[in-house]
Structure formats: structure tokens, C-alpha cells
Design a protein around this ligand. Structure first.
Ligand SMILES: Cc1ncc(COP(=O)(O)O)c(C=O)c1O
Length: 373
């Protein structure tokens, strides 16, 4: 009789599937709770939802849903992005979320007998995408919970074709300055040319303080081995629609396009992303609310005497000790946060910054749980 071992290659069997944040309905079923009383601070979503302009556009979606496939080349959205970043349209790739683009990059440049470099405690999909290709993964120890770019450069091996960098990083919320990234890109280019592709994942870019942001399209002009990815899932509030994009010069964009599903971004997602890009007021409102929420949570955690990693994102990584037990106790109180033991952080929980009242509810629940014997 065939067993799982004989039905799939070893590198697929080695994959530990992605653990998503627990949905509200699932927790309600498990603990017999009223879904309306549950708060979810587990998946770094925008607690404001999406902009009213996007909601209006979606409510008129009947007009664009005509039984046709989406535009396989995403012309309108790419044209909007190309104008925004001042790049040619053939430097853009759209993805079913930016997760899709991480997969596409690994499909395009990784294979068995090759390796990818990424940091410990970095976004877990770098490991999954590498494993799925049967490639070797080189996980570099973190420094102060963040990427150690010096060590990552040293870790690049003769068979390395891809380096993943998350900036800011998930789940730690750490940040690398533009100078640090630029000098890493210069060194990689000088030593390896186009042999090593660097993927810079900027899923949380919009939450950075304005002075910390950098126009990464400028780097794409300078570095032909660079792919920059961004998403509409976080600050733009379109997580449920699944849409992200990559900026890269023509050579790499052509490779991504070869391994892309033809219709990987649906009609509604393409339409919503264009409207979302036009609504910069909503983005600003999100940024301001997140900054205040980050201060609210940081202050409360400090008062509670808990260690946390200063965050540059819409979530905070906090050290609580027995994270498994505390997570269960929070769940029983209707509060969903994210355990991160799978990211090598068994004593921490990651909490997404929510609405002010959600943050307060989390702090009250955590205080209560920590006070319990
Ligand atoms: C660092 C990072 N990159 C990429 C993603 C993928 O997000 P999406 O596929 O929704 O764009 C996430 C999601 O949590 C993330 O944290």
C-alpha cells in the first residue's frame, strides 16, 4: 500500500503548513462565544477595514463582473502603479496578495541544488517558498530580533540565488534603515552581479514614520537584481481581496511573468486596488490611528513590566513567558492574538494594533491572565 512518504517528495513532506490567525467564527464555535464579543488582533489587518471609496466601488461591482476573466495583464492597475513610481509598466508584476509574488520569485530563480538566504524570525513564507522548490535554506541568526545584514551577506553561498529581506519584518516589527539596505544591495551587486536576486518585502512600508520611508523604486532603477514587493492587504485594508505587486527591472519581471498563473489577480481586487491608491486620506487616517495605537499598547506593556520589541509596524511582539498557556487563556476571553513559537519565539505573542477600544480590551485581558495563578 502506498504511504504519504511514497506519494510526495521529501522536500514537500518536510513542510510545516502555514498557520493562519484563528478566524473569529472558529473561536466562537470552539468556545461557545458570541462572535460579536470576540476581537481578532492576529493577522495584522487594518481595523478600519478599507476606505469608504473602495466599499462604494465594490458595491457597484456588478458592472465589472460580466462573466469575463480578469485582465491577465492588469493593465489599469499597472498603469496607475507605473505612474506613481515613475517606472515602465513592464517593471510591474501583480500578485494574488504579495505572498503570491514571494512564491513567484522562488519559482523563477530557485531550484533543487540552489539555496535561499533569509533571517531567523523573518516572515515564514520565505522558508515555505524555499522548501516547496526543494531548495536549500540558509537561515541566518537574527540580531536584536532583526535581520543581521552583515551575517546574511556572509551566508550567501555558491549555490545561493535568492535572498529574502522583510523591511519592516514580521513577526518582530524590526526595521532596517535605507542606508543599511542600500549598502547591502551594493555589496551583493558588486560581488555577485545578477547571480543573486534580492527580494525586499515591504508589506508594512506604509506604517513607517515618513522620514524612515524610502522610495524603493529608486533602488530598482539602480539594482537589476532587486525585486521590491508591496501589498494592499495591510494599510490599504484589502486583505480579503488578495492583491499585491512587485517592482523589478524587465529581466526579472519577465521571469516572474513566466511562472505566474495567467489570471492571478481577480477583477474586484484589481478595481479595488486602483480606488484604494487614489484614497490617500484613508491611508493617512490609518497611519495616524496605528501610531496612536502603537503608543497606547507600548505604554501599557511598559507599565505591566513586559519586554516588547519596539515596533515599526501595525503589530507588537511581546514576551509573555509561557506563550502557549497565555494564548489559550486569552482565547477563552475572546481575544485572538498570534502565537509565534513556529517562528522560533516560544515565549512571545504577536498582537496586531487594533482600534483604541480593542487595544484596551487586549490589555485588560492580558492583565487579567497574567494575574491568574
Ligand atoms: C512580511 C510579509 N510579507 C508578505 C505578507 C503577505 O501578505 P499578502 O499576501 O496579504 O500581501 C505578509 C503577511 O502577513 C507579511 O507579513
Amino acid at each position: 500500500m502506498s504511504t504519504l512518504q511514497t506519494l510526495a517528495p521529501a522536500h514537500v513532506l518536510a513542510i510545516a503548513p502555514y498557520q493562519a490567525g484563528k478566524p473569529i467564527e472558529e473561536l466562537a464555535r470552539e468556545f461557545g462565544l458570541d462572535p460579536a464579543t470576540i476581537i481578532k488582533l492576529a493577522s495584522n489587518e487594518n481595523p478600519l477595514g478599507c476606505s469608504a471609496r473602495v466599499r462604494d466601488a465594490l458595491s457597484q461591482a456588478g458592472a465589472v463582473l460580466q462573466g469575463r476573466y480578469p485582465d491577465a495583464n492588469g493593465y489599469d492597475l499597472k498603469a496607475t502603479l507605473a505612474a506613481r513610481y515613475q517606472v515602465p509598466m513592464n517593471w510591474l508584476t501583480l500578485g494574488n496578495g504579495s505572498n503570491d509574488l514571494l512564491e513567484l520569485a522562488s519559482l523563477a530563480v530557485l531550484d533543487q541544488g540552489m539555496s535561499a538566504v533569509y533571517s531567523a524570525h523573518a516572515f515564514v513564507v520565505y522558508r515555505l517558498a524555499t522548501q516547496a522548490r526543494g531548495a536549500r535554506h540558509i537561515m541566518v541568526p537574527a540580531k536584536n530580533y532583526g535581520h543581521d545584514l552583515e551575517a546574511m551577506f556572509e551566508a550567501i553561498a555558491a549555490d545561493t540565488s535568492l535572498v529574502f529581506i522583510a523591511n519592516p519584518n514580521n513577526p518582530t516589527g524590526t526595521f532596517l534603515s535605507a542606508d543599511q539596505i542600500e549598502s547591502f544591495l551594493e555589496r551583493v551587486q558588486a560581488q555577485y552581479g545578477e547571480q543573486v536576486t534580492v527580494l525586499l518585502d515591504e508589506a508594512y512600508n506604509e506604517y513607517l514614520e515618513p522620514e524612515a520611508r524610502f522610495d524603493s523604486a529608486q533602488w530598482v532603477h539602480r539594482f537589476s537584481n532587486l525585486i521590491v514587493t508591496r501589498t494592499f492587504s495591510k494599510a490599504y485594508g484589502l486583505a480579503g481581496l488578495r492583491v499585491g505587486y512587485a517592482l523589478a527591472q524587465e529581466r526579472l519581471t519577465d521571469l516572474l511573468n513566466r511562472v505566474r498563473q495567467p489570471f492571478n489577480v481577480n477583477v474586484l481586487a484589481q478595481r479595488a486596488a486602483i480606488v484604494a491608491l487614489e484614497d490617500q486620506d484613508f491611508l493617512q487616517q490609518t497611519y495616524v490611528m496605528n501610531r496612536a495605537g502603537r503608543a497606547q499598547l507600548s505604554e501599557a506593556l511598559r507599565t505591566m513590566g513586559l519586554d516588547f520589541v519596539p515596533s515599526h509596524t501595525n503589530f507588537i511582539l511581546v514576551r509573555v513567558g509561557d506563550a502557549g498557556r497565555i494564548n489559550q487563556a486569552l482565547l477563552r476571553r475572546g481575544v485572538i492574538v498570534r502565537p509565534v513559537a513556529g517562528d522560533g519565539l516560544p515565549e512571545h505573542l504577536r498582537v496586531t494594533i487594533g482600534l483604541p477600544e480593542e487595544n484596551a480590551r487586549f490589555i485588560a485581558a492580558l492583565t487579567d491572565v497574567l494575574a491568574a495563578p
